[in-house]
Design a binder for this molecule. Structure first.
Ligand code: UDX
Length: 452
């Protein structure tokens, strides 16, 4: 049974298990709300580096927040589960749930081992709160297993909707807070934890464990579907001569549809959307609702087709053969504002072109080190100019502001041939064509000039 929320909720002490993207952000943000927070990870080198105030990922505002909260004494780190169990009233589980090697489902081993290690240690009046993205049914199964092994601790689920690049503001001013609970006390406790955010206007939804788990996966599935929908329209545009940029603007003007997540281009990637829709499909199959998974299979196929379409366009501009052709790739991160290259469409295309024999040189403002680690076979340049010099083809694959601000004259004097593929529909076609470039984009016919 969790503790009754005290009149001063800042007296509650919180722990955060797992110091990946989600855990570091959650720990620092909760500390900034006035709670005493202990971040826990089994990796002692990670903990040592966090204690020294170093955030191992590129996330605007996070490092500054972490340092401020450490200095204020509200945020500490440890590798000890015993210490954490004695310290915390509410224990947040933020460990990773990667895709299973060789399968589509989620690997729950980190969540599972955290919960089973923690349960015998925690005070009986504390609450375990899962934040990791898990297949629907996970929290109920874990609760049952704990009860069967004689542990009284209660489990709640509180999914996180933060986006990379805006993780701090998404955590401190979320549009909604979702908690799956099995008791009024757990709900009251989580209301107390998040009071500052709900006072600031965030909506609070208390629901069942299953609905809370599904709320996260369904949100990501919907966002992925929206991106693939407009990318399917891009395929129709390419075949018919229509222009997907104009189409997207017109569709988005209908408030029932909305403009966000309707940018056609190279599609979605990153550490969440691709793995979450695969885990969702696997769970649908386990639940015997395979037909629901069918929709997402198409979503994923459309997403991957954009990459092969981009490679086909590159081949076309190279006259059918990319062997020995110098190609400049602008962008390696899965989206601008992040150094994350997990399932990055940009790196995937770069690899395909490399496989077709092209000499690919990649430039990205922040993701170079991660990209070089993931794809050591590609060449990397320190500057945009160095990457473009002598290129016979330029591809804009991640829409970083410094790429979308490019003018034809910035590159015209240094490339060998004026061929450009705008795979994120981020440039103004008429500017490039007027300057003598062979400009191609996804979802826009070869001759279309104006964006609409
Ligand atoms: C996503 C969800 O938005 C977030 O709520 C969840 O917690 C984690 O997954 P994130 O992976 O950070 O967040 O990226 P997001 O901004 O959602 O973009 C996802 C992908 O879709 C990116 O690759 C982006 O380039 C692509 N995208 C997005 C498009 O191709 N078109 C769009 O219109 C929008």
């Amino acid at each position: 049974m969790p503790p009754a929320p005290s009149s001063s909720s800042s007296e509650l002490r919180l722990t955060v298990f797992g110091t990946g993207y989600l855990g570091i952000t959650h720990a620092a943000c909760m500390a900034s709300l006035g709670f005493e927070v202990l971040g826990v990870d089994t990796d002692s080198s990670k903990i040592a580096s966090l204690m020294a105030g170093h955030v191992p990922i590129y996330e605007p505002g996070l490092q500054e927040l972490l340092r401020t909260e450490i200095q204020a004494g509200r945020l500490r780190f440890s590798t000890s589960y015993e210490k954490a169990a004695a310290f915390g009233d509410v224990h947040f589980i933020c460990t990773g749930t990667p895709q299973l090697p060789g399968g589509e489902g989620a690997d729950l081993s980190q969540v599972r081992s955290c919960v089973t290690a923690l349960a015998p240690l925690v005070r009986s009046n504390s609450l375990l709160v899962g934040k990791s993205t898990v297949p629907v049914g996970t929290a109920r199964a874990l609760s049952r297993e704990l009860a069967e092994s004689g542990h009284q601790v209660e489990i709640a689920w509180n999914p996180e909707f933060l986006r990379e690049g805006t993780a701090v503001t998404d955590t401190l001013a979320p549009d909604r807070i979702v908690v799956g609970v099995t008791s009024q006390l757990a709900e009251d406790l989580l209301r107390a934890v998040y009071r500052a955010l709900t006072d600031g206007g965030s909506r609070f939804f208390a629901t069942t464990l299953e609905t809370a788990e599904l709320a996260k996966v369904a949100a990501n599935a919907f966002l992925a579907t929206k991106v693939s929908f407009i990318n399917a329209m891009a395929e129709v545009c390419e075949a018919s001569g229509a222009n997907v940029r104009g189409l997207s603007e017109i569709l988005g003007a209908d408030p029932r549809i909305g403009q966000s997540f309707l940018r056609a281009g190279l599609g979605f990637g990153g550490g969440c959307l691709p793995k979450d829709i695969r885990a969702f499909m696997a769970r649908c199959t386990e639940l015997g609702v395979d037909s629901a998974a069918g929709l997402l299979r198409e979503v994923e196929k459309i997403n991957l087709r954009r990459r092969s379409r981009t490679a086909d366009l590159a081949l076309e501009l190279a006259g059918g053969d990319l062997a020995e052709v110098s190609v400049c790739v602008l962008g390696a991160a899965f989206k601008p504002g992040s150094d994350d290259v997990r399932e990055s469409p940009a790196l995937d295309v770069a690899q395909i072109l490399h496989g077709l024999g092209a000499h690919v040189t990649v430039y990205d403002p922040v993701a170079m080190a991660n990209a070089a680690r993931a794809c050591p076979e590609l060449a990397y340049a320190d500057t945009l100019e160095a990457a473009a010099t002598g290129a016979s083809l330029v591809l804009l694959l991640t829409e970083w502001p410094e790429f979308t601000a490019l003018r034809p004259s910035d590159l015209g004097g240094i490339v060998k041939l004026k061929n450009i593929i705008d795979a994120r529909n981020a440039l103004r076609p008429e500017l490039w064509r007027t300057a003598g470039w062979n400009y191609r984009a996804l979802g826009v016919g070869a001759e279309a000039s104006a964006p609409v």
